[in-house]
Design a protein around this ligand. Structure first.
Ligand code: TYM
Length: 334
């Protein structure tokens, strides 16, 4: 809660190019929430350096991502869109919360286990304390809700635990946030291995549809999607590839699963794959066009970056000062 209005925070990493999973699981749900909540949408560039990045590429991807937020429909007048690294309170609160988080809790995080297996030559302390920075992101804005895909639930749980632990010691300092998970699309799976989530870092380029893929590429990837030999369009766990395609179609068209099943009744997998490809193109193409248009308007984007960072810093510092006082740091002399 901020200034009497419910508040909300979410973010995405500027690592790799966003996938359809990022869009359907998170970004798409964000655009409708600004009437009900004071919204903060962050490009979490500080999280990105837990794995090695090329500096020029990271800078470009961070800007592309910020523009993509707007291109996807987030109105920068109604939503605070900014870079995490422009608001130093994130790192400062993260340090304090580190001292209220247990090694054992962080050891249980599946993302840490996955990432340290993938980057065995660089298991740094930042990768380990990644969820604490995420908790700081969320708690700085006294967020009531956090719209994310299912894969972020464990991080949200630890955020709640840290907030409750802190509140138990110092009184009601933080709002304890709830996850906000979309009804459809909360876990989009790989097109090549439907037992795995669709991911930016998948080595097989056919496994993920990227938000910037051109229409031909999208159609080709959908046609190559792994299904099964049942030859029946049914929505069930035994047919994970088909189930995933139905989920994508449903999320992109707004139709319910039942409506989708009716539409494809008696049709084959080829029809379903073409239908999915076309539905995805019709969702992504307008966003891509808008992204291209906005990218050319440097002054407009720079203005948003500056103004929104100031707004985010204002609210973030309010919480940070309160926390600093609670833990016993000396008052500032004015
Ligand atoms: P990231 O960048 O991996 O993903 C951004 C958002 O996309 C969702 N998502 C998916 N949803 C459905 N299907 C998929 N296949 C899929 N893949 C990703 C994620 O759930 C997420 O909502 N740690 C976070 C970034 C972060 C953050 C935060 C999020 C940092 N601080 C504070 C919320 C609040 C991350 O790496 O997300």
């Amino acid at each position: 809660m901020l200034d009497g209005k419910k508040s909300l925070f979410s973010g995405m990493q500027a690592t790799g190019t966003l996938t359809l999973g990022n869009y359907l699981g998170a970004l798409r749900n964000w655009v409708t929430l600004h009437d009900e909540y004071e919204c903060f949408y962050c490009v979490v560039d500080e999280h990105s350096i837990t794995v090695r990045q090329d500096p020029a590429t990271l800078r470009k991807r961070a800007r592309d991502l910020l523009i993509l937020y707007i291109a996807a429909g987030l109105d920068p007048e109604k939503n605070c869109i900014y870079y995490q690294s422009h608001v130093s309170a994130h790192a400062e609160l993260s340090w304090i919360l580190n001292c209220f988080t247990y090694m054992g809790e962080l050891n249980r995080m599946t993302q840490f286990k996955d990432k340290s297996a993938k980057h065995a030559d660089n298991i740094n302390a930042g990768l380990f304390t990644y969820p604490v920075l995420m908790a700081a992101d969320i708690l700085l804005f006294q967020s009531d809700v956090v719209p994310v895909g299912i894969d972020q639930m464990q991080h949200l749980e630890i955020t709640r635990d840290i907030a409750e632990r802190f509140n138990n010691i110092y009184g009601d300092v933080f709002t304890v946030p709830e996850a906000y998970i979309g009804k459809v699309g909360a876990k989009i799976m790989s097109l090549q291995d439907p037992s795995k989530k669709m991911s930016k870092s998948d080595e097989n380029p056919n496994a993920s549809i990227y938000m910037m893929d051109d229409p031909d590429t999208i159609m080709r990837k959908c046609r190559r999607a792994v299904t099964d030999s049942e030859a029946a369009i049914l929505y069930r766990d035994e047919q994970p590839g088909v189930k995933n395609l139905i989920d994508i179609y449903s999320a992109c068209t707004g139709k319910t699963v039942d409506e989708v099943l009716k539409e494809f009744d008696g049709k084959g997998y080829g029809d379903l794959k073409t239908g999915v490809g076309e539905a995805v193109v019709s969702v992504l193409k307008p966003i891509q066009d808008e992204h291209a248009r906005l990218s050319k308007d440097k002054a407009y984007i720079d203005g948003i970056i500056k103004n929104n960072a100031e707004k985010a810093a204002y609210y973030a510092n309010k919480t940070l000062r309160k926390v600093q006082k609670k833990v016993g740091f000396p008052e500032r002399v004015r």
